[in-house]
Design a protein around this ligand. Sequence first.
Ligand code: ZN
Length: 448
Amino acid sequence: MKRLSLLLLLCLTAQAGCSKTEQQSHTRTEAQSQPQPRNIIFMIGDGMGPAYTSGYRYFVDNPETKEVDPTVFDRLLVGTASTYPDDDTYVTDSAASATALATGIKSFNGAIGVDTEQKPLQSLLKHAKRLGKNTAIVVTSELNHATPASFVAHNNSRGNKDAIANDFIDIKINNRPTVDLMLGGGQQYFQRRDRDILQEFRNLGYQSATELSQLENITGIPAIGVFADKGLARAIDSDTPQRLSHMTGAALALLKKHSGKAGFFLMIEGSQIDWCGHANDIACAMREMDDFARSIEIVEKFIQENPDTLLVLTADHSTGGLSLAADKEYLWRTEVIAQQRKSLAEFSRDLQSDADPGKSWQENFGYPLQAQELLALKESQASSEATYDAVVRISSRYSNTGWTTRGHDAVDVQVFAYGHGSELFRGFQDNTAISKKILQLMDGILTH
Ligand SMILES: [Zn+2]
């Protein structure tokens, strides 16, 4: 049954008066017989529009069997969400959308945890922290990138990366930083010449690691792992393509062991699905989807063993205007996509100084170029932009993948949920409603 709390909405829109509200809702919760989920896991596939989950189903399908097997996305699908920002466009960026998902309030493109008046907003993560839960963030982007930042920081521009990194340690709840466990990239922002935030975390008793191979050395909470200067290597280019699922498993084990009765709030982002979409690189995107899907399966298993846990999963927007066919041809060639060895970005960079681009093409994509295509590719080597455009054009034609933009589009995204309270996310909703429902569930105001 749904019961809205005005006090709670006040808490969402203004920092002041929040603790009183929380106290009241907490008391009310304890009086109720229906318990709220102890643990909340919020997963975001950055840029993961509906074509990405359909594409992933066909990408991993076994062509030997007649039926197309459903994926974890198909199993957990419950609804859809609109993503438009509070701006003069229907097309959101990751900052406005992450702010909506993190706080329940729409804002302008570029906004990190602030409203259209540029006032700081309360986030789900910080609310969870105030309720005594352990809080955690696991991403493959920089920790201070738009999506995770919107759960922690407040800034008028996502581009202020140093200031946003500072917020990770400067904003405190009960005299402690707001996130107890952070795994991702962004070392260059957390270990700067002017400020060594990583060391400051160590001084506060955080365990730390700077190599993904040292993740096992983190044995407790609080802890911070920054595993790359900026984002982690793309799955398709990485020696450890399952890095998000690896970090997800480690985070869940730590949170399970070190969270008390209050449980935990964990935000996991498949950050680079979006980056591959911007790059119009379908093989890159499908490899990111694979790591993300494995992470979801780990969470799914965790919930089967810990049913007092809620998973809500969505995308912040879709990227690239991806379509799974193009040019009137009724074909989408997953076998061509599966053969690609390096990302288009890495391949194009190497191609700039390549004396034999035809040979390199065959090695990277598994098929030879026609004479015309090879000529066009050689001509494009004059500029890096032209090379990239040629590589996208030719490789997309072979897989018959369509892209209409190098940016985002306004199509609705899917909503997936599993576990305690998952049925509350069924049907169509705005992205802000997802956040509000999670917050109300945490407070026991929304029950099921
Ligand atoms: Zn994007």
